[in-house]
Structures are given as structure tokens and as C-alpha cells.
Design a protein around this ligand. Structure first.
Ligand code: ACM
Length: 493
């Protein structure tokens, strides 16, 4: 039986302000009520009840009636996505102005409960929460994670599991990489062969129905939304397109279908830049995807189009970018695309290993917003050390301290704090085939990236982060997360 409440000094990401209240503890009981004083907290409160149910065995009532012995969700004067959380001996009060703020408070409250709260079955634990006052809001609006479901396919349930793991660290955007040379992963009703053919392969020898129906995708989007997360679908173009080109002959300049590709080379494919059918195709894809994507963004890739001449690449983007806008979405692209436009609407995602990029800097100067995903920092598929079995190392080996020890607000020359939309940690899956593989690569580097996106610059301190990370492992153990036991971290499991 756990007798003490967890410390409020072990949170990841670190909140803006944490004031412990010594000797005050609130203990959850089967009679504790979840009180809704604001409709903005409707989904977050339901999510809290759902999180608490398996491990506590309590089916906590959600009510709009004031009550003692309560977790109260109320309105407040907080920043966008911010919240205040007060734990006293008599109850918990959460104040926020938006559902996002309430979701973020729920993520914090979970980490204030004993680690056993993460168990799937009832635990003999006193559910003590330490007395504390927390005032918190994110440094950046975009805290993202990308999952590559093309190199290896992950089922909807496996993606949901990853969403749950991300939400625990206040990640609010899930970028799904849905098309590449090795596979096309979303049903497009006007181009059915994309999934009938392009959806059957991945890296290696396995074949199957490796795609999401539109109904399954909508369900994933809703699952993410119920955890405060927005899905960003990516269809990579004009390169990384072999799966589409193996599905339809007319997507090839020579009108000949390509063979499916199951290797891990990059940069060899290109859509037919000078054919109108290419733009009819991408407009159909964008139209269908925009219609089932409530979030504001649609990612069009644009990376590593190594066989597309520069003039063709620019001609392509000049036609493709307006199509995203036509269907009411904001385009995001990997940083290569930004040289083709002076429009400050599209968002640029930087993935290189340098700390200077003149095209990105010029765009930032004009007002373009930048998502930072430097490969040598936050690519979760890089090996941790030379001896790591999983992963690649074209951007070097990336230990957890490398992932943490950089400042997004001053990292890229000419990209100041106020042009940084946020930080995103991509997980490419050439070598990752199972949820355990995803976990090994994401933990503990994902929490490092999440903290960089959330916590104020003033809290940045490797030793303190390593200590808090080490405490988090007790929760990962309860959940069965297959994390990398980095020797850089004082693990407390
Ligand atoms: C990328 O890693 N090619 C975005």
C-alpha cells in the first residue's frame, strides 16, 4: 500500500509555477465527485473519470451540482491552453478557459496521483494527491509527435495506444505520415487502387490490408480529440510517392505502373509534374482528407524530392499549395518547400541537422511560423548509441540529453522565439515494427521534446529534468512501457 502522496516536484513537463502546500493531502474516495462548473470541461472531465476507473475501481459521478469532496472544473483567467490547479485537504480545483486548458490540467493531475493510477486493473492503493498550487501554460502552441505508419503499418488500436502515451505529456498534435514509397495508408474513395494496391505493402516481406478506412481514420481523429489532440494528416509529395505510382499507371510520366517498393532508400520517386492528372489526383486526395479532418492543418511533405528538378519542384508547389487553401486548410511542409513561396500562411517544419537555413530564416523574417524537428535532436528513430539495435543513425546517435539540451527559441539562426510555432518529435519506422519498438525509441526522448515545447526557458536544467524523468519511470513500469534505460538518467523504478 502506498502511504505517501507523490511529490509535486516530479512533473514532466515542468509547469510554469509549482507551490507545494506541505502537510496537505487530498485523498480520492469512491464518493468523490467530479463537479462541472463550466461546459468547456465536459470532455476533459469525462476523460478524467475514464482514466481513474480501472485502477481505482471508482466510477466517479460527474455532476453540475456543487459538492464537497470534489474535483471541481471551473472557469478562470488563464492563458490559452493554460490552467490553475489547487489541491488542498478538502478537494481539487481546476481553473481554465478552454477545453485544452482543462485537458492539460488532467494530464498534470494524473502525475500527482500514485503511479499505480496507470494500471489497467484495480490497485490496493490510497489515492493521495499532494497539496499544491500550480499555475501553468505552454511556451508554444504546437507540441507535436509524428508517427510514420507507412514504413511499417500500425493498426488503429496501436495508434490509439501511442496517442494515450503522448497525451500524458501534453502533446497536442499527432502528425500521421500516411503515404510514402512503401505504402498508401488512407482510403481515398475516388482513387480506390491507392489502398487496394499501395496499401498492401510496407518495409520487408509482410503484406496485408495496411490502411485505414475513412471510418477508421475518423474514429482515430475523434479518439485523439477526446484527449485534447489534433490530428495532422500528411500525404508526401511530389517525392516519396512510389506507392501511389505503383497503384495507378497515369500517375507516372511514362504511363507505366511502378513496382511496389519494400526497401528503405529515399528520394527516387516523383509524381509527373507536367501532367494535369497529377493535380486532379492531389486535389481529390486533399478534398477527401480535408472533409474528414476537423483540425486546421494538412501536411504535404515536400522533402527529399531528389529526382524532381528544382524548376519542376517549384512548379509543383505553386499548384499544390493553393489546393490546400482551397479546401480550407493551412499547409505544413518539410522545410525544402519554403523556397518556393513567399506566402506566410503555410507553416514550415524544419528537420535538418544544421542550425542555420537561409530559406527558413528568410521566411521567418516575413512572418512564416516554424515547427522545429531537428533530426539530430528529436528524430526518435535515431539510435541512442552505436550499440542500440533499433533505429538508424544518418543524423548521428541521439541520447536523451541531446534531445533535451537545446533551446527552440534560439536554435535556428534568424528564427526568433515568436516565429516558433513549436516542437515536434518524428518517429520514422523503417526499423520499428511493433508497439514495443515504438516505445523503446520514444521513451525517454519523447518526454524531452514534449518538455521543450511546453516548459518556460527559465526552467530548463538538465539535472533537474533527468531527476524528474527518472521518477516518471515508475509510471511507465506500471503501464508496461518498454523504455530505454539511458545511463544518463537516475531511474527510480
Ligand atoms: C525527412 O526526414 N525526410 C523529413
Amino acid at each position: 500500500m502506498t502511504e505517501t502522496a507523490p511529490s509535486p516536484q516530479e512533473l514532466v513537463p515542468q509547469p510554469v509555477q509549482v507551490h507545494p502546500i506541505p502537510n496537505a493531502t487530498f485523498t480520492l474516495t469512491p464518493d468523490t465527485k467530479i463537479v462541472l462548473a463550466t461546459e468547456a470541461a465536459h470532455h476533459p472531465a469525462a476523460r478524467l473519470a475514464e482514466v481513474l476507473r480501472p485502477s481505482t475501481g471508482y466510477d466517479l459521478e460527474i455532476t453540475t451540482e456543487p459538492s464537497s469532496n470534489a474535483i471541481l472544473f471551473d472557469t478562470g483567467e488563464t492563458a490559452e491552453e493554460g490552467y490553475e490547479l489547487d489541491v488542498t485537504a478538502t478537494g481539487v480545483t481546476i481553473r481554465a478557459t478552454t477545453p485544452a486548458g482543462h485537458f492539460n490540467a488532467v494530464a498534470t493531475l494524473r502525475q500527482l496521483l500514485p503511479p499505480e493510477v496507470e494500471a489497467k486493473s484495480e490497485q490496493p492503493v490510497e489515492w493521495r494527491i499532494p497539496g499544491v498550487r500550480i499555475e501553468d501554460h505552454p511556451r508554444y502552441p504546437h507540441r507535436g509527435a509524428m508517427l510514420d505508419v507507412t514504413r511499417h503499418f500500425f493498426t488503429p488500436d496501436q495508434v490509439k495506444n501511442y496517442i494515450d502515451q503522448l497525451a500524458a505529456f501534453k502533446i497536442n498534435h499527432l502528425h500521421l505520415h500516411l503515404s510514402d514509397d512503401q505504402g498508401w495508408r488512407l482510403e481515398i474513395k475516388s482513387w480506390p487502387q491507392l489502398t487496394n494496391i499501395g496499401g498492401r505493402t510496407e518495409v520487408g516481406t509482410r503484406t496485408g490490408d495496411f490502411f485505414y478506412t475513412q471510418a477508421e481514420y475518423k474514429d482515430l481523429v475523434e479518439y485523439a480529440r477526446a484527449r485534447g489532440m489534433t490530428v495532422i494528416p500528411e500525404f508526401d509529395m511530389p517525392g516519396h510517392t512510389n506507392a501511389a505510382q505503383s497503384s495507378y499507371a497515369n500517375l507516372n510520366a511514362d504511363n507505366t505502373r511502378r513496382d511496389p517498393y519494400t526497401g528503405i532508400e529515399v528520394g527516387f520517386s516523383s509524381l509527373a509534374i507536367h501532367e494535369d492528372i497529377t493535380y486532379e489526383f492531389i486535389e481529390d486526395v486533399i478534398r477527401e482528407v480535408a472533409a474528414i479532418t476537423p483540425g486546421p492543418y494538412l501536411h504535404i511533405g515536400g522533402d527529399e524530392a531528389l529526382t524532381t528538378p528544382d524548376a519542376d519542384y517549384e512548379a509543383f508547389m505553386t499548384r499544390a499549395l493553393p489546393l490546400v487553401e482551397k479546401y480550407g486548410k493551412t499547409a505544413i511542409g518539410w522545410h525544402e518547400f519554403i523556397k518556393t513561396t513567399t506566402d506566410t500562411g503555410p507553416v514550415v517544419q524544419f528537420w535538418n541537422q544544421t542550425t542555420a537555413d537561409e530559406n527558413v530564416a528568410a521566411a521567418a523574417k516575413r512572418g512564416t511560423r516554424v515547427i522545429l524537428s531537428p533530426a539530430n535532436r528529436v528524430y526518435l528513430d535515431m539510435k541512442y548509441t552505436e550499440d542500440t539495435e533499433l533505429g538508424l543513425k544518418w543524423a548521428g546517435v541521439v541520447e536523451v540529453r541531446d534531445s533535451y539540451d537545446w533551446d527552440p527559441g534560439s536554435y535556428l539562426e534568424g528564427v526568433p522565439e515568436d516565429r516558433v510555432l513549436g516542437v515536434e518529435a518524428p518517429l520514422w519506422t523503417e526499423t520499428a515494427e511493433t508497439p514495443a519498438d515504438l516505445e523503446f525509441l520514444a521513451f525517454p526522448r519523447l518526454p524531452a521534446a514534449a518538455e521543450l515545447g511546453w516548459s518556460p526557458r527559465a526552467t530548463h536544467d538538465w539535472d533537474d529534468f533527468a531527476r524528474r524523468l527518472g521518477a516518471q519511470a515508475r509510471r511507465w513500469k506500471v503501464q508496461g512501457i518498454n523504455y530505454y534505460r539511458s545511463p544518463q538518467v537516475p531511474w527510480q523504478d
